[in-house]
Every structure is written in structure tokens, then in C-alpha cells.
Ligand binder design. Structure first.
Ligand SMILES: Nc1nc2c(ncn2[C@@H]2O[C@H](COP(=O)(O)OP(=O)(O)OP(=O)(O)O)[C@@H](O)[C@H]2O)c(=O)[nH]1
Ligand SMILES: [Mg+2]
Length: 641
């Protein structure tokens, strides 16, 4: 658990941390000389019934609010320090606003320097402080009067403060470490003999010794050589704990404050995000051209907000798109603070609602405060037929991996393989598959169906996706479509020749049959029948063949006849009637002695065909397994019985 201080300059934050922990966190010579805090200070605090709490002491100076935000990011509770002699001051208010924007909902208020005021004044200040807290998450926080300067055992009221802190800490649910690891670096230094060491608060998940971590945004990889928490060597550090990590294979310069350590592949830096932004009462109206400073964790960058309808006004919460100058590593649910440079002021803050929109033009979500399932539905809708990788959802939705299934189940999406699709996109894919099949049937009424591959490309366009595959599977499962020998057709579809085509089909079959052992080729049939029908129909436009009759038809009709078992394709351009093929085969069976090779000339006599027809027939019977080729000769093959 992490406790962060907050409060105006000189109000006694560092003195209180020292009284509570014994650690003077103002270590820098400049801090000592000026008597103010400049850098973040860290100290362990033992709280009864709670354990060791990591304390982050922040500076109160107005020039160091950036450092204060970095320190307050990732804390569980606040120790708001207000000097009894001065009361609520500008940075008291600013720090309270920052805590509010960062979602710090628990804390204790210390009225410090009580030795400098009398009891009556103390009560007035207490009233004033209550008033300032009204309407904030800390409205009911305990207020404890303390003095770090007087009193026995480290100061007056310190024990009460410790008790109050322990009570509040006990109400804070432990963070679950069963989540993706992330740590934001707040300090990096080189330790002689060890190398690069970084410190930070583990925001989620846990990190173990020997783990491989990535440093974002640079995406440099490093190995965790050693781990410490509160000065002791440990094997693992989990969410909500301070960690000092000795990183192998990396230079100190690769890990400045503000970089993020992660392990999972889904984390990625981004320069565009969606967020719900709230502006404070005195904030200027922000147009899409206004540059503000966005503070996230220990990093900050210039940013512009784009809201639907233009600008964001003071005292409102709006869904926006945020464009960043420098990439940040964010997760949905992350909090941030917005500040302006001129004048230097905190003006608002927000919650990330999508850390990785697909483009810099992505529209803000239609409303603020959308649930994870609603955001997932929108993300899938936006992704369309590309879908969203399932592995990206934990970061993109801000939900622990173990809870993703539940979110998916209550969103308007379908999961196919490792991607999540909008339900509408799935239905659309189904329609497109049916359209592709129907279009094929309409264009090729004599064919049995379309090849699966042509349906896939027809329905999927340039990149056939899991959606099309799934649609096909479902359509076959519910018997809307049949798949047979690699052909897809409407259930119970059968080729339907028109009366004219049926007439032509009969004529073709007759011609093949009449040709006997030397039937006409497809080309010859085409010439004869097209010319024939033209001649017949020549007198008037609509007679004879009618529409759709042509070369394609002759070939299609012959294929149809073959599928119906009437004719057999013996060579690429020639069909025989099935009956003739059977006769030829039995001629071979009768004449050829098993195991004995027959030369082509002998076979020509057996089959009683001229040379032109002989070789294609022999090759056909070879393919059929009736004969086997030995040199140029053929051996009759026994039937397996
Ligand atoms: N009399 C009195 N003086 C105090 C008390 N607490 C702190 N001080 C003095 O107030 C001054 C500021 O104290 P710090 O603890 O440095 O204040 P701070 O809030 O940490 O200041 P920044 O970190 O710079 O914002 C120091 O000179 C302290 O000695 C107190 O309880 N009583
Ligand atoms: Mg200080």
C-alpha cells in the first residue's frame, strides 16, 4: 500500500513523514539549503494491523506541482497536511483537486504546527478545512491536529495520526496482483557493482526476479536481476508496493523517470487516446487547438483535446479524443491531470476510456462513463471485419485478464479464434457468403456450385477473415448451404437446364452416343450445335436456342451430363458415352490374358479404334487402373476381390 503526502509549501509534510517514519526525505543539498522539498522522498511506514506502507513525500512549492503529480500517481491514500497557522492555501486546493482527478478517494488530514496556534484558532481552521473538503472524496476524512515540533515520542498527536492512518488503510482493499504487470519509473540510478537500478510503484500485477521486462516507449528489453522492496531483497513485488529493480542489459539513460516497465505484449505506447475529461470551475474553455499539459503517472507531455462539437468548457465532463506530442503507455481506467503553462495552473483531469484508438481521427466515444462491455462493443464496431485481437483487451478496456470473458459475454460481440468481432459484422459476413453463392448460381445455372475458394474471396474481398470462415461453417451447420467435393451450393440446389438447354443436352448426349468408339470432340460438338441452332433459329430473333445458349453452354451441359453419369470424359476435349466405355472395358477384360503385356497395335485390334483414338483411351484406362503401362505395352489389372 502506498501513502502520498499533499499540501501547501512549508506546511510540514516532510517533518511529519520524519516524525512518523524516522526518515528525513529531504536529502538533496539544495533541499537542505532552501528548507523545501524539491524531489520525491520515499520512506517505509509501519502501521499496526496493516504492515509496511510505502510513503511518498511530495514537494508543496507551486513550481513543483509536476513532481507532486508524479508522486501522487499510483497512491492508495493521501496524508493531506495543512498548517494550522495558515490554513487552506493555494497548493492545498490544487493538491486536493489533483488527488480528486487521480481518483485517490481515501486519506487523513493532518492539521500541522498546532503548537503555533491556540485551541480556539485550531477549531476555526478545522471548520474551514471541513468546508474545503465538502463535495470531494475526502469530505469525511479524519482531521487530526498534530505538531512535529513539540510533545514526547516524536511529536504531539503523532500517535493519533498513526491510528487514523491505520484505520483508513484498513478500509482499502488490497490490489490484486493477478493482473498485467506495470510499473512507472520515478527514479533511476547506477549502483556500483550492480548497474542500473530503477524505483517505482507497481501499478498492477507483479514482477519476479529473472523476469524479462520491456521499457516503454523505447521498447528496450531488460532482465530483472534483483528486486528490493523497502530495503529488503525479495523474490517478487506485487501491485501497490514500492520496488527497486536491478535491471540487466540496459543503461541508466534508457530508463529515465516517466518510462513504463511492462511484461505483456499488449502494452504499447500511443500518441492518441480517448478519455472522459472534466474541467474545473476556473478552467479556460479548451478548443481543439488549445495546448495543455497532460500528466500521467510520472510522465507528462503536451496534448490537445478534440470533443464532438468542438470545445470543452469549464465545469463539465466530456468524452474527448486526446492527441499527445509524445507517446504515453496507458491503460483504460488510468487517471491523468491537465494543467496549463500560462498561467501555471491545474485545470482538470480525466480518465482514459481507450488507450489505443485505431487512428488519430477516431471519434470520441458517444458518452462519458461507459461500461467496459459498452466500450468493447464500440471498439468491435469500429474495427468492423478486421476484428480486435483478444489479447489487446485487458489493456484496452482496463480489465484484468481473468475478467475479460465476462466483459466479452455481455458485449455485442462474437469471438472467433483469437479475435473479437462486432455482432453486426458477423451477420454481414453471413450475408456476403450467401450473396456470393447466389451470384454464382445465377451466373452458372448448370454448375453444381461454386468452389469454396471463390466464395471465400467473393465474400471476404481482399483479406478473407475468420468471419467468412465462421459464416461458412455456420451456414453449412444450419443446412442453408451444402459443401460437397470442395463445391459450395445452396441446400438442395440442383442445376436446372432451361427447356432449350435440355433440348441441346439431349442432342449432345445423342451425338456422343451415336459417335460410338470414335465420338466427336467438344469443339466439334460446339461447332455443330451452335451453327446448327443458329441455322435453325436464323429466321427470327427468338427461335431455336434462345438466350444463354453458346459455347459455354455446350461445355457446361457436357459437364452436367457427365455428373449425371451419362457420359465420361476420356480426354480433355472428348467424351464417350458411359455405355461405350463399359463396352470397351469389357472388350479388354475378355481379350487380355492377366499378366501379359499387349502392344498398342494388338490393343487397337481389341478396341477396334483408329490410332487417333487409341492412345487417349489407353491412357484413360491406365488412369482408371484397368490397365497398367509397361513401356509402350499394357497389362490388364486384376480386380481386387
Ligand atoms: N513549530 C512547528 N514547526 C514545524 C512543524 N512542522 C514543521 N515545522 C517547520 O516548518 C518548516 C517546513 O517544514 P517541512 O516539513 O519542510 O514542510 P513541507 O511541507 O515538507 O515543505 P515542502 O516540502 O517544501 O512543501 C520547517 O522549518 C519545519 O521545522 C510543527 O509541527 N511545528
Ligand atoms: Mg517537504
Amino acid at each position: 500500500m502506498i501513502l502520498g503526502t499533499a499540501g501547501h509549501i512549508d506546511h510540514g509534510k516532510t517533518a511529519l513523514v520524519k516524525a512518523l517514519t524516522g526518515v528525513d526525505t529531504d536529502r538533496l543539498p539544495e533541499e537542505r539549503r532552501r528548507g523545501i522539498t524539491i524531489e520525491l522522498g520515499f520512506a517505509p511506514l509501519m502501521l499496526e494491523g496493516v504492515g509496511t506502507v510505502g510513503v511518498v513525500d511530495v514537494p508543496g512549492h507551486e513550481a513543483f506541482v509536476r513532481t507532486m503529480v508524479a508522486g501522487a500517481a499510483g497512491i492508495d491514500m493521501a496524508l493531506v497536511v495543512i498548517a494550522a497557522d495558515e490554513g487552506v492555501m493555494p497548493q492545498t486546493r490544487e493538491h486536493l483537486a489533483i488527488l480528486e482527478f487521480l481518483g485517490v478517494r481515501r486519506g487523513v488530514v493532518a492539521l500541522s504546527k498546532r503548537d503555533l496556534v491556540d485551541a480556539e484558532w485550531l477549531e476555526l481552521v478545522r471548520e474551514d478545512v471541513r468546508g474545503s473538503l465538502a463535495g470531494t472524496a475526502l469530505a469525511a476524512a479524519p482531521i487530526v491536529a498534530v505538531s512535529a515540533a513539540t510533545g514526547r515520542g516524536g511529536g504531539e498527536g503523532i500517535d493519533d495520526l498513526r491510528d487514523a492512518l491505520a484505520k483508513v488503510a484498513a478500509t482499502i482493499p488490497g490490489r490484486c496482483s493477478d493482473d498485467l504487470f506495470r510499473l512507472q519509473v520515478d527514479r533511476a540510478f547506477t549502483v556500483a557493482g550492480a548497474g542500473t537500478v530503477v524505483t517505482g510503484t507497481v501499478w498492477s500485477g507483479e514482477v519476479r526476479r529473472d523476469a524479462v521486462v520491456r521499457v516503454l516507449p523505447s521498447d528496450v528489453t531488460a532482465r530483472v536481476r534483483g528486486l528490493q522492496s523497502h530495503g529488503s531483497t525479495v523474490e517478487a513485488v506485487a501491485a501497490g508496493s514500492r520496488a527497486a529493480i536491478n535491471l540487466g542489459g540496459i543503461e541508466r539513460g534508457d530508463t529515465p523517470r516517466g518510462v513504463t516497465l511492462v511484461a505483456d505484449a499488449a502494452w504499447a505506447p500511443s500518441t492518441v487516446l480517448r478519455a472522459d475529461v472534466t474541467l474545473m470551475r476556473n478552467a479556460p474553455t479548451l478548443s481543439s487547438r488549445t495546448r495543455v499539459r497532460l500528466h500521467h503517472g510520472t510522465s507528462d507531455t503536451a496534448a490537445r483535446l478534440v470533443a464532438i462539437g468542438g470545445s470543452v468548457a469549464a465545469e463539465s465532463t466530456r468524452p474527448v479524443r486526446v492527441i499527445l506530442d509524445d507517446p504515453l503507455t496507458m491503460r483504460a481506467g488510468d487517471r491523468f491531470v491537465l494543467r496549463t503553462a500560462q498561467p501555471v495552473a491545474t485545470i482538470g483531469g480525466g480518465v482514459v476510456s481507450d488507450p489505443a484508438p485505431p487512428s488519430r481521427r477516431a471519434r470520441p466515444w458517444p458518452a462519458a462513463g461507459l461500461s467496459a462491455p459498452d466500450r468493447l462493443s464500440l471498439i468491435a464496431l469500429e474495427a468492423g471485419r478486421r476484428g480486435v485481437p483478444r489479447g489487446s483487451l485487458s489493456v484496452r478496456l482496463g480489465v484484468a485478464p481473468r475478467e475479460i470473458d465476462a466483459v466479452v459475454a455481455s458485449a455485442a460481440v462474437e469471438v472467433l479464434g483469437d479475435r473479437v468481432f462486432d455482432r453486426g459484422a458477423a451477420a454481414q459476413a453471413r450475408d456476403r457468403v450467401l450473396e456470393a453463392v447466389d451470384a454464382y448460381h445465377a451466373e452458372h445455372p448448370l454448375e453444381e456450385g461454386a468452389s469454396i475458394q471463390s466464395v471465400r474471396t467473393g465474400a471476404g474481398g481482399v483479406s478473407p477473415s475468420a468471419l467468412v470462415e465462421d459464416a461458412l461453417k455456420r451456414l453449412v451447420a444450419d443446412q442453408t448451404l451444402d459443401v460437397d467435393m470442395g463445391l459450395v451450393r445452396r441446400h438442395a440446389w440442383a442445376p436446372r437446364p432451361s427447356p432449350a438447354q435440355q433440348q441441346l443436352l439431349t442432342a449432345l448426349e445423342h451425338a456422343v452416343q451415336a459417335g460410338g468408339r470414335e465420338p466427336p470432340s467438344v469443339s466439334e460438338l460446339t461447332r455443330a450445335h451452335i451453327n446448327g441452332s443458329r441455322r435453325e433459329g436464323g429466321g427470327g430473333g427468338g427461335g431455336g436456342g434462345g438466350e444463354g445458349e453458346g459455347e459455354g453452354d455446350v461445355a457446361s451441359l457436357l459437364r452436367l451430363s457427365e455428373r449425371r453419369g451419362r457420359i465420361v470424359r476420356v480426354e480433355s476435349d472428348r467424351y464417350y458415352s458411359t455405355q461405350t466405355v463399359a463396352e470397351l472395358e469389357s472388350a479388354l477384360r475378355v481379350a487380355m490374358k492377366p499378366g501379359q503385356p499387349y502392344a498398342p497395335s494388338e490393343l487397337r485390334d481389341i478396341l477396334a479404334v483408329s490410332r487417333k483414338y487409341l492412345i487417349p483411351l489407353l491412357e484413360f484406362f491406365d488412369r482408371q487402373g484397368v490397365t497398367e503401362r509397361r513401356g509402350d505395352a499394357r497389362v490388364f489389372m486384376h480386380d481386387e476381390a
